[in-house]
Design a protein around this ligand. Structure first.
Ligand SMILES: Cc1ncc(COP(=O)(O)O)c(C=O)c1O
Length: 377
């Protein structure tokens, strides 16, 4: 099977697996226990926190480990808005956030918050003037993703941060798809808070982190949470965290080389699509994009059909959106970039990773050509 769905999840690297087993056997203690076995685990946790904070240019006192990107987004936003409720009830986000945030903001609307969903252009970027116009004295927080998980478009984070800072609005950014792929540095980006996840970068599933600038106040979503400085209750997954941080260090260390390699694969795929004259449109931003994600619209064919046919030929790709067999929902991102509902269902996402080769891409393109041809006949 050829795996071209690395943006959905990645296999664990050897190094991350080794770090996991080592920590799980040698540092198995509960990091909250006061005996030496607990203290050893707490020491490892402390080192992991320092190392991860360094990788994102942050202060270790603002880093909290969680069960992944979904929980990170939920807890970061809820904890910060709860502490700033006195300022007002207005929140800003975009039409193309990950489902974890989209559903959270929908829920918050039912709880009395007013939410502005910023539109995006045909490449998936927000409009800075629209952002600035949306800010009111009651705006508490804006949650704007670093990159979209379906089409890979990155947002002009520094420009966004400048505008939000000018008006004293807290800036949370979902960096789940970008951390380890392009630079994520809280100071350079000017963000107050971010979410990251381990399983997108060859670490274990069920582990992630939130960073909240220690100057930003937050109120825990949990009563009397004693772990993670009160941010999140529950025994801390120290082996998972040690493995996550190992994966993160590797991803950041090889970031530049890996970026160039993945971008080459992406450009190669696009040029071969054009050469073969496949009935496929390239989605996303021509310049501001992740190197590992390529969003495609397969004309006249539902994305789910294309995906299932690719699977039949031994290639794993994604439709980008959660769907049930035989019932494809239109991609929210596609609708937001201006597609009609039928067109929005024609979406597939190809995502490259550590082990992707040009031969695998050639095979994908041959299969796509066959599927399009079959459909015509
Ligand atoms: C942009 C983005 N945010 C959040 C998540 C959720 O992360 P996790 O799977 O770790 O809960 C994902 C995962 O697909 C994602 O792509």
């Amino acid at each position: 099977m050829i795996y071209l769905d690395y943006a959905a999840t990645t296999p664990m690297s050897e190094e991350a697996l080794t770090a996991y087993t080592k920590a799980a056997s040698s540092y198995f203690g509960n990091s909250s226990s006061l005996h030496d076995i607990g203290s050893h685990a707490a020491q490892l946790l402390h080192i992991c926190r320092q190392q991860l904070a360094e990788l994102i240019g942050g202060d270790e006192r603002g880093l909290y480990f969680t069960s992944g990107g979904t929980e990170s987004n939920l807890l970061a936003v809820r904890s910060m808005i709860e502490a700033h409720r006195h300022k007002g009830n207005h929140l800003i986000t975009t039409a193309t956030e990950h489902a974890s945030l989209y559903h959270l903001f929908q829920q918050l609307e039912t709880e009395g918050y007013e939410v502005t969903y910023l539109s995006v252009d045909r490449f998936g970027q927000i409009d800075l003037a629209e952002l600035e116009n949306a800010i009111t004295p009651q705006t508490i927080l804006a949650s704007i993703q670093h990159a979209n998980s379906e089409i890979g478009t990155t947002q002009p984070i520094q420009e966004i941060a400048k505008r939000l800072r000018k008006h004293g609005v807290i800036f949370h950014s979902d960096c789940v798809q970008t951390f380890g792929k392009i630079q994520v540095d809280v100071q350079k980006m000017g963000i107050d808070s971010l979410s990251i996840s381990s399983h997108k970068i060859y670490g274990p599933k069920g582990v992630g982190a939130v960073y909240i600038d220690p100057r930003i106040k937050w109120t825990s979503c949990f009563l009397q949470a004693t772990h993670e400085f009160g941010f999140r209750p529950g025994t801390v997954n120290v082996p998972g965290i040690a493995s996550f941080v190992t994966a993160a260090q590797q991803a950041c260390e090889h970031l530049a080389d890996e970026h160039a390699r993945l971008e080459h694969l992406r450009q190669y795929t696009i040029s071969r699509i054009h050469e073969k004259r496949l009935p496929v449109a390239i989605e996303g931003h021509p310049d501001a994009h992740l190197p590992n994600i390529l969003g495609l619209s397969v004309q006249g064919m539902e994305g789910q059909y294309a995906m299932l046919e690719c699977n039949r030929y031994g290639i794993a790709i994604s439709t980008g959106s959660a769907c049930q067999v035989g019932k494809q929902a239109p991609s929210r991102t596609m609708i937001a970039i201006g597609k009609e509902e039928d067109e929005a269902k024609q979406f597939v996402r190809i995502s490259f990773g550590k082990w992707t080769t040009l031969n695998e891409i050639d095979r994908l393109l041959t299969v796509l050509e066959t599927i399009c041809q079959q459909r015509k006949e």
